[in-house]
Design a protein around this ligand. Structure first.
Ligand SMILES: [Zn+2]
Length: 208
């Protein structure tokens, strides 16, 4: 078992390699681990990220087979099945680090902004289910100057939505809440499509 702080360092180092266009030997040779991993897995981090094709967790963190337990859903929203997936990983594999990974120019955030500005009643119920989970992170900006600056609005909404997902994981699960005394760390982060860099938000347990 890798503790949360070491796991975070490993992700940061991996992302630094990715930004520089480098890959570790372990990642390049990851296929040799396939057979050994049939015995079981011990992923060192859980990543709840967006489905966006440009943000695959294993690639942007330069990790290989068996390293990351990844949950991807448009807009990195938290619904019961996402909480359940995180609970599964932390209880089965003793993974101690959970990252909620948002990203710049997120389409799900843009769709939510669009829906709030120009409501469309024809929207699919299933897409609406995602938009409705993001909406509370965007709505407070209505009363601010950001509302008229769409680029900045999306940027801030991406961050607010990551923080909201972190909070929902922290407080929406008795299991995860009880494990926070056992060094489980749930941290928000944002991937930049422009630079390839992941910026981790303040990961201290009391952060909101
Ligand atoms: Zn996205």
């Amino acid at each position: 078992m890798i503790d949360a702080v070491s796991a975070l360092t490993r992700l940061q180092e991996g992302n630094m390699r990715f930004v520089k266009g480098l890959r570790s030997v372990e990642t390049m040779m990851t296929h040799v681990k396939r057979e050994e991993l049939t015995e079981g897995q011990e992923p060192f981090a859980v990543i709840l990220g967006c489905s966006d094709s440009r943000v695959p967790a294993e690639i942007v963190f330069d990790q290989g087979l068996g390293d990351l337990f990844v949950i991807r859903v448009a807009g990195n929203v938290v619904a019961p099945s996402q909480i359940g997936s995180v609970e599964f990983a932390v209880s089965q594999f003793k993974t101690r680090l959970v990252i909620v990974l948002g990203h710049s120019q997120c389409g799900a955030i843009c769709a939510t902004v669009e829906q709030l500005k120009r409501p469309n009643n024809e929207q699919s119920q299933n897409i609406k289910a995602i938009v409705d989970r993001i909406r509370p992170s965007v709505e407070p900006f209505k009363a601010t100057e950001l509302w008229n600056d769409e680029e900045a609005l999306v940027e801030q909404s991406v961050r607010a939505n990551v923080r909201a997902s972190v909070n929902q994981l922290k407080h929406g699960s008795m299991l995860l809440e009880s494990l926070s005394d056992d060094d489980l760390l749930i941290v928000g982060a944002e991937y930049s499509l422009e630079t390839g860099e992941v910026v981790f938000f303040d990961g201290l347990p009391e952060e909101n």
